[in-house]
Design a protein around this ligand. Structure first.
Ligand SMILES: Cc1ncc(C[n+]2csc(CCOP(=O)(O)OP(=O)(O)O)c2C)c(N)n1
Length: 273
């Protein structure tokens, strides 16, 4: 029996998310991964931005930091640089990670510090009532696109790959076992990892798009989910608006801190730990 309860900060419960929200499934997967890896709660720092996903850090019985909108990765960078031995896990919504925090996202991928980013992509600005986000599917109605979204959406995975992240995966809340697997692998990885989890916001996205209950919204995600192995034989046209899931990148590249340490040893005569 996995002892994941020691990672839960019960005094802050109950959790604030709407009934049926996918964030609960993600929360369970992350504490399970902590327990499987037997990480000491004192050695973990959970950092989050602002939004429904940003609320997550409050409920972990670890070191936690609930930061400002879009800036979770900057705080996490500071924590990792000053505490290289801590496991730094970041939660960010799609707006947090790819709109206001988009610049930090690409440079964190490029820099390759050993930080584990989980992007909770519910395709909308959930907490503030449903404004369009960089991942809102084209055509979807939101409070700021009442006639439907005309913009193409960002693909988190392609962005992370192009920017240099060394572990990149995508899963959905409909696939908890596969989700746990990629989260665990990202936690074991040494370097900057991006795991995107596609989640449901039936309240602020679904209800304006005929998906106002958890089940139809989860079904819609499921119908648009394609495993990577199958996607390889499909055309770009067929994959339009689909969530291709699986592991996209798992490669080694020296992480920022090891390169920096080497430099200090070489140039300044310092000691390598
Ligand atoms: C600098 C700044 N701009 C705007 C806001 C308002 N704000 C709070 S949460 C949020 C959107 C959150 O959306 P997302 O990051 O996708 O997370 P979700 O709530 O969907 O999990 C916005 C715009 C803010 N708090 N700070």
């Amino acid at each position: 029996m996995l002892d994941y309860e020691k990672y839960l900060r019960y005094r802050t419960f109950p959790v604030p998310w709407c009934p049926g929200c996918g964030i609960g499934t993600i929360f369970k997967a992350v504490v399970t991964a902590f327990a499987k890896l037997e990480w000491d709660p004192n050695d973990i720092a959970v950092v989050s931005g602002i939004g429904c996903s940003g609320r997550l850090s409050t409920y972990f019985n670890t070191n936690t930091l609930h930061t400002t909108h879009g800036r979770a990765l900057t705080f996490a960078t500071g924590i990792k640089l000053s505490n290289p031995d801590k496991h730094v896990v970041v939660f960010s919504g799609d707006g947090d990670a790819l709109a206001i925090g988009g610049n930090h996202f690409i440079h964190a991928c490029r820099r390759n510090l050993n930080i584990k980013l989980i992007v909770i992509n519910n395709n909308i600005y959930g907490m503030t009532g449903g404004q369009v986000s960089p991942t809102t599917p084209t055509g979807f109605v939101t409070t700021t696109t009442p006639y439907g979204n005309t913009e193409p959406h960002f693909d988190t995975v392609e962005l992370a790959k192009a920017a240099g992240a060394t572990y990149v995966a995508r899963e959905t809340v409909n696939r908890p076992r596969q989700m746990l697997k990629v989260i665990e692998k990202s936690f074991k990885h040494s370097g900057f990892s991006v795991v995107e989890i596609v989640s449901n916001c039936h309240i602020n996205l679904g209800r304006r798009n005929k998906l106002k209950h958890p089940l139809p919204m989860l079904k819609w995600i499921d119908e648009n989910t394609i495993p990577l192995s199958k996607a390889k034989d499909m055309s770009e046209e067929e994959l339009k608006f689909k969530y291709v899931v699986g592991e996209f990148v798992h490669r080694h590249r020296p992480d920022y801190l090891s390169l920096y340490e080497d430099l200090v040893v070489k140039k300044a005569g310092g000691d390598k730990k």
